[in-house]
Structures are given as structure tokens and as C-alpha cells.
Design a protein around this ligand. Sequence first.
Ligand code: TRP
Length: 331
Amino acid sequence: MKKISLTGIKPTGDLHIGNYFGAIKPALELAKEYDARYFIADYHALNTMKDPKELNSTIRQVAAGWLASGLDPENVIFYRQSSVPEVFELATMLMAFTAKGLMNRAHAYKAASQINIDKGEDTDAGINMGLFSYPVLMAADIIIFDSDVVPVGKDQVQHIEMAQDIAQSINANYGKQILKIPQAAVQGNTAVVPGLDGRKMSKSYSNTIPLFAPENQLKKIIMRIVTNSQGVEEPKDPGESQIYLLYKLFADENEQAELAKLYRAGGMGWGTAKEELFRVTNRCLTPIREKYNDIMADIPALDKILEQGAEKARPIAAATVKRFRKACGID
Ligand code: TRP
């Protein structure tokens, strides 16, 4: 039997090419080898997103984004967390085995409370229970599907370790393996995607290139990439230039070698390099953008795909809850 890979996708903000190369592509790559279950973590998003219109539309945007990027719903069980209520039943059960002290140590909570402390405010000001107990719900997301591996970024490893801790204490309490212990698959070998200003591409730095920007906007954004003040005639170092690092993600090897030559020879201005970057970026993103626009033009069809995913997911989830209830004596 194939091993199971599972990951949650927080529906926050526009997808950008950092998400594409850092999370979407590697997760879709894993789906070739593993039985993959990928879901939109909409109840996790509720902790921070209280505007209903915004939440409703980002859920669809992110789902459409993954489908447009190549997620095949015939091959991957693709669903919304909120459509699998068994997850929330399991989360309640996990709570009984989760030390409060463990949650106190979660990075996201610690960071939020530290900001309060530094400002001289109450430690827990503005912190809701959803944020505090986030790792429990995340553990339920993972454990409910008997997941073997969880593809995540480094920042999520602590959450996976907490899921392991919780599942282990349950197995130890009942003296048998009721819940499978998941492992993190850290996406460490993916290249860091530089943003417009050269720092890591991230929404929080406002330096992103959106995945689905229309062509004219994409061009404008690429033209805004920050460069140094080297003149046209000066030879340039491709390794020092985020234009070239981005180019490598989209161009084939010949194109990469050609552009590197132009950099080193001198006589090429930054405008020319940006034009060339736009050409290959647009070549790669045009089919994805068109697919995305088609999907977004028919939201009922998109919702149906997600519902069909949930229908496949629920019996698997129900079986885990049943097994656990039986072990607890609540059956
Ligand atoms: N916490 C993850 C993030 O912020 C999203 C997430 C929720 C997740 N549930 C998950 C990831 C389960 C992996 C497995 O990106």
C-alpha cells in the first residue's frame, strides 16, 4: 500500500510564486508517490480572518490556485477542513490528552504573547483560544487520516512534533497503537525564492510576484524589481542578482547559460534582463493563469470538486474517530 501524505493549506492572501515553488510544486511532486490528502484549512483561517466576504473568497482563490497549478482531484483527496466535521470531534478528544503547558510552548502563541509583554500589555491580550489551541486542531487534521508524512515548511515542524507527542501519549495510555505517528517532510531542498527587493519572497515583506496577475500587471511588477546602480556597460554577477535567481526558476538550461553570459559580458542593462525575465515568467504562468480564471468563473463547479473530495475523506476520518472512541470507552 502507498504511504499517505497530507498537508493543510491556509487560505490567506494571494498566492505568489514563492508559494508555488516553495509549497505547491513540492507537494504535487509528493502526490506522485504517495496517497495524498490536501485540504484547505478554513477553520484555522477563522482565527485571524473575521471578514466573511474576504474569507469566503480566499477559500475559493486558494483552492482554484492549487487546481490550476496541477492538483488532480482524481488523484489527490482535495477538500475543505470544514466539510469534514469528524476532524473537530477528534480535536476535542485530543484535547483531553494535551498538556496545557505544551500549548504554552507553541511558537505562534509564544510570539504573540511576547509582543504583548514587550508592549507592557496583558500577556494574552487579543489572543483567542483558536490561536492558543491551534496545534491541537492541526494534530487532528493530520492524525485523522493516518498520515505518514506531512510536507511543511520549517516553521511548522514544531506543530508536527506536538502531534507526535499527543498521539504517543494516547497510544501509551491505551497500551496499543490507536493513532499513527506522523513524520514531517521538510521542504528544505527547495530554492529560496527571492522577492522584488532581494529578501525572501513573503507576503509580510510586500515583495511578492502574484501567481495569477494579468500579463500587463505581471510586467509592471517585474519592472519594479530593485537593482543596484551598475551601468549598462558594466559586467554583472548573475549570482548576486534576484532577476537572475528568479530567471533560473522559469528558464531552461540553455536560456540560463545565455543570460549568464550576457550578465558577465557587460553591455546589458537591467531593463533588458527584466524583459527577458518577464518573457519566461509569462510563458510559464500564462497557462496556469488561464486555468485559474476558468476555474474562478464557475464557483459552483469548484465547490463540487471540494465536496466530492470531502465525500471521499469523511469515511476515512470517521473510521479513525470510531477506533479511538472504542479505545476510550465512548462507543
Ligand atoms: N499550520 C499550517 C500553516 O500555517 C497549515 C495547516 C493546518 C497544516 N493544518 C495542517 C499543515 C495539517 C500540515 C498539516 O501553514
